[in-house]
Ligand binder design. Structure first.
Ligand SMILES: [Zn+2]
Length: 107
């Protein structure tokens, strides 16, 4: 398992606050038990979700086995139909940044 970020954004016009069709899709997603659907795609946990409503952006942090399965999750659930998405591998400060500094600078 590894950590991945799902960065998303949509236009003001497509925002669920402004667009009834997008709002309906989001409501369907919410009613579909997203956590159990995530497990079908080997996403073990949705660890956090930050949403910036006025910027129309969000970041979800997930623990998962395969970024390609995260992509399938996003398509299957409809998340990708209303948002532009970027899936990126993430590391922790202790697990990635510090060991990298120690290697680069022989600390
Ligand atoms: Zn929005």
């Amino acid at each position: 398992m590894a950590l991945y970020g799902i960065y998303g954004k949509h236009t003001t016009e497509a925002c669920p606050w402004n667009n009834i069709e997008t709002a309906k899709k989001l409501k369907e997603m919410d009613e579909s038990d997203l956590a159990s659907r995530a497990s079908e795609f080997k996403i073990s946990h949705i660890l956090g979700q930050y949403h910036s409503a006025l910027e129309h952006t969000f970041l979800w942090l997930v623990e998962a086995e395969d970024p390609h399965l995260i992509q399938e999750f996003c398509v299957t659930t409809g998340l990708a139909s209303i948002n532009e998405l970027k899936i990126v591998p993430m590391i922790t400060f202790e697990g990635g940044v510090i060991p990298g500094l120690k290697k680069i600078h022989s600390l």
